[in-house]
Design a binder for this molecule. Structure first.
Ligand SMILES: C[S@@+](CC[C@H](N)C(=O)[O-])C[C@H]1O[C@@H](n2cnc3c(N)ncnc32)[C@H](O)[C@@H]1O
Length: 374
């Protein structure tokens, strides 16, 4: 059975996500800053979870209803045959996006929704699932605007940015979905070298390797929301995974990750091992000025601190000047990219950017600056 599927994302990634959805052969019914709407089967939702590099959550529509208030919500949710969607001995959590004037606190709506689900299952099965805030079991999502209420199964559960490979986080890591979006926006998909000085926990280099090797981002993640529903077809999932494991893709260029902090390189290497791509990345403990830059050109992406979470803006002026020097002196023939939340510090690079693209990193507006280094 086909239904609407909403793949959510962060602002700035919607165009890339639109391309990803279309490349899976699914129609794009709508695209906006919050995500991309498509339609498909539950198996399509599983494919989206496995393949989407820039999607956060894959929401599978169960019911659309008119709800004026929380009592309507309870009634409408109760009519859904949850006993055939959620195991009676499972665990349910409800999340929501609500703009309805009768609801002052989303937690109240979530509670009424959860009550309707467990009451229904108790009535039909004589047993009720546990419920709570963890998103490690079945997740139900309510999207309620005015009187229009949509009830979804969140087939991702934990957001897809949690790929499962970052076992060794450092301070201020980039979200995996954002890192993939930055690389795809930069137009790098495996041709030429990919250089990532200041790599921290290695997210950009690891996502670059996954992209170049055509490895789906969900391949190493052990759990998704869909696995905790009664619609889960384990055989179909195994088949989708098997079909998605790429033949050994040849890399024409090198992927290089450097950082002056040995602990960062240690974490990046271990994360890359978990992701199954450590063999494709060359790691180097070095100051940005000493980062190995092979002949042949390619793409260089730098994500320095920007004074919000780590360090302070004034103290980072020298770092940004160093990035500028590195771009100018060492990266001729490359496309240079700087990802930062500080336009002031970006100005210290001392190069005129050819393009600026805005992304949201959590609640913070960030920009990707592109420099022609020819
Ligand atoms: C914001 S973090 C990078 C986060 C990374 N994108 C991730 O996902 O984990 C910035 C990194 O730059 C490194 N760094 C700062 N100054 C440096 C320099 N002059 N040379 C090399 N690395 C530097 C820091 O050690 C830190 O790991």
């Amino acid at each position: 059975m086909k239904t609407q599927i909403m793949v959510t994302t962060a602002r700035g990634l919607e165009n890339t996500l639109r391309g990803e959805v279309a490349s899976l052969g699914l129609p794009v019914l709508w695209a906006g800053s919050s995500g991309v709407k498509t339609e498909g089967t539950f198996v399509d939702a599983m494919r989206l979870n496995l393949h989407c590099r820039t999607g956060h959550r894959v929401l599978f529509l169960i019911k659309s209803a008119v709800c004026m208030n929380a009592d309507d919500l309870y009634r409408e949710v109760f009519t859904v045959p949850w006993e055939s969607l959620i195991p009676a001995d499972g665990y349910v959590s409800v999340s929501s996006h609500i703009a309805n004037e009768t609801i002052r606190d989303n937690r109240y709506a979530n509670l009424r929704c959860k009550d309707a689900i467990v009451d229904r299952i108790k009535e039909k099965k004589g047993k009720r699932p546990d419920a709570g805030p963890e998103q490690t079991g079945t997740v139900v999502n309510i999207y309620w605007r005015g009187e229009e209420c949509e009830i979804y199964l969140d087939t991702s559960g934990e957001p897809l940015s949690k790929r499962g490979y970052r076992k060794m986080p450092l301070d201020a890591p980039m979200q995996e979905t954002l890192a993939a979006g930055v690389i795809l926006t930069a137009g790098w998909s495996g041709a030429g070298n990919f250089i990532n000085p200041m790599c921290g926990s290695g997210t950009l280099a690891i996502e670059a390797a996954l992209i170049a090797l055509r490895r789906p981002p969900g391949l190493v993640r052990p759990s998704f929301g869909f696995m905790h529903t009664l619609l889960y077809d384990k055989k179909a999932w195994e088949q989708i995974r098997a079909e998605a494991i790429p033949a050994n893709a040849e890399l024409t260029g090198k992927i290089i990750a450097g950082d002056h902090n040995p602990a960062a390189i240690d974490a990046a290497r271990r994360n890359a091992e978990t992701a199954g791509v450590a063999h494709r990345i060359e790691f180097s403990v070095c100051d940005i000025a000493e980062t190995p830059v092979p002949e042949g050109g390619g793409t260089v992406v730098v994500n320095p601190e920007y004074g919000i979470r780590l360090g302070d803006e004034a103290a980072l002026v020298g770092t940004y000047r160093k990035i500028g020097d590195f771009f100018k002196k060492r990266c001729k023939g490359y496309e240079g990219y700087l990802f930062t939340g500080s336009p002031k510090l970006a100005g210290q690079v001392g190069l005129k950017s050819k393009r600026r693209i805005t992304f949201m990193s959590g609640s913070l507006e960030c920009r990707l600056y592109q420099y022609d280094l020819y």
